[in-house]
Design a protein around this ligand. Structure first.
Ligand code: BGC
Length: 762
């Protein structure tokens, strides 16, 4: 009797399955209860293979990174060998895979779909370094918010962003993926991006946000010190003091974790001899124990396997053991955990408790994303279409792009160009009409042909009456000058010239280190040849790293740094060139004069022999200097011009003296003394004048991007918290020492207006 009822029910259920599938329903009973109940009951029922399956992340068919690897297929999912995918998107496709995971595996655990949504998905925003140049966390958060909305509509639950690696070496191509050289700016943008992707701040707001259909889990990467690769060569060794690690490279990770980042990715590099995928003390002790991070630690692409290449693991089993021991939960692409940990477990080299702990973190993330409640939340094909490259998204991309552009030089006010006065415009250079140079590297699912190129943007802005002469003039690389003449002829016929020069986007990003930072090929020579014609000429740079553009600086009147500005880049460039938008982006990284100065950053130490001038004005020989170059950068951190001018009052401190541990307030008055409205990035720097440990000459401690009409003034109040005055003492303990501090306020890291205050002992 009992049996037949069961059989009948099973028969009905079988008949219902197609209907349930259509309705997005479940054949498996959905696990019920709170996070711990769901997660623990699953772990209690899982076989070892099922557990290791959860830790396995193969590449999917849309994956475009790393050395070739076989994509995971539906059969692998069916066998329970996959917990998440890298590079598999699209509402229809992810749902097809999700159905198999949920309906056809024994426990019906949903999959996670991850991807690199770095600066946009289909609506591509400026390259991250360009976003950093906005100095506008709200704009950066908005970009991440839209990217998450779009990516989630395409089935993704999880992005491998933000990259929060501090980078001070422009030879390293991945400098384009982060927020530049500064810790303070890096922290602010790490928080902004995490909040943008995940949709809320830690606590109930984040819990709810993660269950919405427009958020993705964020990943702070690459933990840690990846940006300090020796000689700027990607994947290379890093070696640094505990102090530098704690003062410079760790803080943006901590900021991301405090903002609630759901995951952290291990870095490819070894740090002081210990590869990060085997670095237990940093992952377990610092990240998890000290900072309380309870999310997923994901390996980088084949990072587990690379432990063999690093020479710390004898074979794959060794590598799997080391990584699991260190606290790496998910094995991306190596497929070592799944294949090798069963043997290691049998031999007693890992414990079931260790495996369970990693599985727990993965299941917890799935729970937090609400996937046990509704694994098909991201499976809406209609929503996918509605939330792709919408006019609002495009408009946002254009706005962020305009904000990201940095006016490096504008002699004789060549810019803005006047639309009314131009009858013929020469548009010259190898990057003038390249869609790929708009979307940059790590462009998600962005399509070059959906991007508005500069040529298109200028045409649209000028209308059909104005003649545009478009000449490539040179290739990005190589020494072919055969196009120079045609470029010169075009310039002669034009009222003004705009040149688009720079790097191909594949020249920065991963595995794209360079030993030279000059404009590649013969582009500088092309610029000189065109400039010699004598027409008003502006250069727009499209590049992902600081370049040593001394030739341009010395010879061309106007230079605009546009980075890779995204899908609306061409329009945003036109907005800036014609003055419909007044540029105010600032450099998030110093531009060196020569690669020999690298690493070059504004918050360096004074040294015992800073440069000193002799009576005759020359530099004293026995000082910390070069014989063949000034120490200073070509353009400093925080630098950028405007079409208007700003004047700063000296900063005013509220407390001429305060007790260590107290906060300070600093008032800065800024006035727009030019004739155009515009934004200004007001920056506040602080120096601890005398301390028990030698301190940087100054450090960014506040910034705000504000808008001022001509003639308008505003007084801003910056709060300096105790933490802003603190540093790590000889025992690496955070401390505020008594003594004087100097505050500098202005529009770049060379800000000169200053005030002093005194901190007394408690
Ligand atoms: C990169 C990561 C990226 C991963 C997956 C790796 O090569 O280092 O930043 O998230 O690939 O695409």
């Amino acid at each position: 009797m009992k049996h037949s009822t069961h059989a009948r029910r099973a028969g009905i259920a079988r008949a219902l399955i197609p209907l349930l599938l259509l309705a997005g329903g479940l054949a498996q009973a959905r696990p019920q209860g709170d996070e711990a109940a769901v997660v623990e009951s699953l772990i209690g029922r899982m076989t070892l293979d099922e557990k290791l399956g959860q830790l396995n992340q193969p590449p999917g068919p849309d994956n475009r990174t790393g050395p070739e690897a076989e994509a995971g297929g539906l059969d692998q999912v069916r066998r329970g060998e996959v917990g998440s995918f890298l590079g598999l998107h699209g509402a229809a496709r992810t749902c097809q895979y999700q159905h198999v995971a949920v309906e056809e595996t024994r426990l019906g655990i949903p999959l996670l779909f991850a991807g690199d949504v770095i600066h946009g998905f289909r609506t591509v925003f400026p390259q991250s370094i360009g976003e950093a140049a906005t100095f506008d966390p709200a704009a950066v958060e908005r970009s991440a918010r839209i990217s998450a909305t779009e990516a989630a509509a395409h089935g993704l639950h999880w992005t491998f962003a933000p990259m929060v690696d501090v980078a001070r070496d422009p030879r390293w191509g991945r400098i384009s993926e982060g927020s530049g050289e500064d810790v303070y700016l890096g922290k602010a943008l790490a928080r902004a991006r995490v909040r943008g992707f995940q949709g809320g701040d830690p606590g109930p707001a984040l819990e709810q946000a993660l269950r919405r259909d427009d958020t993705v889990l964020a990943t702070a990467k690459h933990f840690v010190a990846y940006g300090a690769a020796e000689a700027g060569r990607d994947y290379n060794t890093t070696d640094m003091s505990e102090r530098v690690l704690r003062e410079v490279y760790l803080p943006p990770f901590r900021a991301a974790v405090e903002a609630g980042a759901g995951s952290v990715m291990a870095a490819f590099n070894d740090l002081n001899g210990v590869p990060m995928h085997a670095n237990k003390s940093l992952i377990e002790d610092v990240l998890r124990k000290q900072w309380g991070f309870d999310g997923i630690l994901v390996s980088d692409y084949t990072g587990v396997w690379e432990l063999v290449k690093h020479g710390v693991a004898a074979d794959e089993t060794d590598a799997g053991v080391l990584a699991l021991e260190a606290g790496v939960d998910i094995d991306m692409v190596s497929d070592i955990y799944r294949r090798k940990l069963p043997g290691a477990l049998r031999e007693g080299r890992v414990t079931m408790a260790q495996i369970d702990e990693a599985v727990r973190r993965v299941l917890r993330a799935k729970y937090r994303l609400g996937l046990f409640e509704d694994p098909y939340r991201y499976c809406d094909v209609q929503r996918e279409a509605q939330r792709t490259l919408t006019p609002e998204f495009r408009q946002a991309a254009r706005e962020v792009a305009r904000e990201s552009m940095v006016l490096l030089k504008n002699e004789g006010n060549v810019l803005p160009l006047s639309k009314d006065k131009i009858r013929t415009l020469a548009v010259i250079g190898p990057l003038a009409d390249l869609g790929k140079a708009m979307i940059g590297n790590w462009a998600g699912d962005g399509r070059p042909d959906e991007a508005v190129t500069p040529l298109q943007g200028l045409r649209e802005a000028l209308g059909p009456e104005v003649r545009i002469l478009h000449v490539g003039g040179a290739q990005i690389e190589g020494d072919d000058r055969s196009g120079f003449d045609q470029a010169v002829v075009a310039a002669k016929q034009a009222d003004a010239v705009v040149m688009f020069l720079g790097e191909h986007p594949d020249m920065s990003g991963e595995a794209s280190s360079r030993t030279r930072l000059d404009l590649p090929g013969v582009q500088s020579q092309l610029a000189l040849a065109v400039q010699a014609v004598g027409k008003p000429t502006a250069v727009v740079l499209l590049n992902g790293r600081p370049l040593t553009i001394n030739t341009l600086q010395e010879n061309l009147p106007a230079i605009l740094e546009a980075w890779y500005p995204g899908v609306e880049g061409g329009r945003a460039i036109a907005d800036v060139l014609f003055g419909d938008y007044n540029p105010a982006g600032r450099l998030p990284v110093s531009f060196p004069r020569t690669v020999g100065q690298v690493p070059l950053y504004y918050d360096h130490k004074n040294t015992g022999r800073p440069i000193r001038l002799n009576a005759n004005g020359t530099e004293e020989k026995y000082t910390s200097r070069y014989l063949d170059s000034p120490n200073t950068p070509l353009y400093p951190f925080g630098y950028g011009l405007s079409y208007t001018q700003f004047r700063y009052s000296a900063p005013k401190v509220k407390h001429p003296t305060l007790v260590a541990g107290q906060a300070q307030q600093v008032e800065v008055t800024v006035s727009n003394i030019g004739s155009r409205a515009g934004d200004e990035v007001v920056q506040l720097y602080l120096r601890d004048d005398v301390a028990s440990i030698s301190r940087p000459v100054r450090q960014l401690r506040g910034f705000r991007r504000i808008h001022l009409e001509p003639g308008q003034s505003r007084t801003l109040t910056f709060v300096l918290e105790a933490e802003d005055m603190a540093f790590l003492d000889a025992n690496l303990k955070s401390t505020v020492e008594p003594g004087t501090f100097t505050v500098f306020a202005g529009g770049s890291s060379e800000a000169e207006q200053e005030a002093k205050f005194e901190v007394s002992a408690k």
